[in-house]
Design a protein around this ligand. Structure first.
Ligand code: PMP
Length: 371
């Protein structure tokens, strides 16, 4: 490949930080892996059956751009029951990531400013750079709360969008009603698009609020990857004001075409399953880590998703993680992958109780083993 073959957009971001951890981890025997960004449970039996039936019935065709009718009807009914807004329309995306790409393509121009909260989900920053937008980071350290005043101060005439995520990756922060309502109303007042990534909605210790409850123009992105343990099936959904949704669909038609057909029918059946024992198990795993580490680590206040973002007790996060991997076989991700600063690291508790116990033991030793 000639270097000149690369597009300018290819040069705007890199994915090397997270890959480095995975490459190091691949060389270790029996590592303590607390770096995983997906559930450690499989999709429910109902979804297995749904997928098998769909395959046997030859559901290998495209679905309509907006998704398989039965799945949309089911999701639309839930949206109607929650929002009572006849203009709020749902459609099926290729994962929540697919929905993110569509909002970026449909609404953001090169040069537009898009507000994200630092630490952020890696894709937000990369995606904005990819399309030539300017990610504007709101620093949320040390407690990772969303400060409405800081958002208000960051809004300029160029601000087009705010991408908001609660429960949050990588911090585990769950926004309170006050934070959610504040941001939702601020976006309405300033005519800024608010995108709410709700993929961890089911993994929350407290009550879940969507900004769409307080601002009818909010685009909600959600999906089955985390809540139903099926990230490889690539099924998500979006809902929002019908005109905005129509504009997203235009881009779906000429990019993804549709979400995978069999995956959509598996997701439809997954909705019949009770996943609550998995959510409860993750709450218990989070409590194990809090009990096992909070005397030695500043953990923030992780209330949801399946992550926490502790401060490295010595060194930079990169130095700390290097020693965690090489000396203790502990895989975690350095904070600079998710942030403009390199002070914290991401711990995922989507793992077995035994792995978490080994992780706590290693982290306790590491805290007392500075370089
Ligand atoms: N949003 C956030 C905050 C995530 O953490 C992830 C997955 N790690 C996604 C979106 C993408 O999920 P999907 O598999 O639905 O594309």
């Amino acid at each position: 490949m000639l270097d000149s073959w690369l597009s300018a957009r290819s040069r705007t971001f890199s994915s090397s930080g997270i890959r480095k951890v995975f490459d190091l981890g691949a060389k270790l025997e029996n590592p303590i892996n607390l770096s995983i960004g997906q559930p450690d449970f499989d999709m429910p039996e109902e979804a297995h059956q749904g997928a098998i039936e769909a395959i046997k019935a030859g559901k290998s065709s495209y679905t309509p751009t907006q998704g398989a009718k039965l799945l949309i009807d089911r999701i639309q009914a839930d949206v109607d029951a929650k929002y009572h807004d006849s203009d709020r329309k749902a459609f099926i995306t290729s994962g929540t990531s697919g929905g993110l790409l569509l909002v970026a393509l449909a609404f953001v121009n090169p040069g537009d400013e898009v507000i994200i909260f630092d630490p952020y989900f890696v894709m937000y920053e990369a995606l904005m750079k990819m399309i030539g937008a300017v990610p504007v980071c709101i620093n949320t350290y040390p407690d990772f709360k969303y400060d409405v005043q800081k958002v208000a101060d960051a809004i300029t005439p160029k601000t087009k969008m705010i991408i908001y995520n609660s429960p949050a990756n990588p911090t585990g922060h769950v926004a309170t009603r006050e934070e959610v309502e504040g941001i939702a109303k601020l976006a309405a007042e300033k005519n800024v698009i608010l995108v709410s990534d709700e993929i961890y909605r089911c993994f929350s210790n407290g009550e879940f609020y969507s900004p769409a409850q307080f601002n009818s123009q909010v685009i909600v992105l959600d999906g089955f990857s985390k809540s139903h343990g099926m990230p490889g099936w690539r099924v998500g959904y979006a809902h929002g004001p019908s005109e905005m949704i129509q504009n997203m669909l235009k881009f779906q038609q000429y990019t993804f075409v549709c979400a995978p057909h069999v995956g959509q029918l598996a997701a439809l059946k997954a909705l019949d399953a009770d996943m609550s024992s998995h959510f409860e198990a993750y709450r218990q795993k989070r409590d194990m880590l809090i009990d096992g580490l909070s005397d030695l680590y500043d953990l923030g206040n992780p209330q949801g998703a399946f992550y926490m973002f502790p401060k490295a007790p010595w060194g930079t996060a990169t130095q700390f993680v290097e020693k965690a991997i090489t000396k203790y076989k502990l895989l975690v991700i350095p904070g600079n992958v998710f942030s403009r600063q390199d002070t914290n690291f991401r711990l995922s508790y989507a793992s077995s109780v035994e792995t978490i116990e080994r992780g706590i033991d290693a982290l306790r030793k590491l805290a007392k083993d500075p370089d």
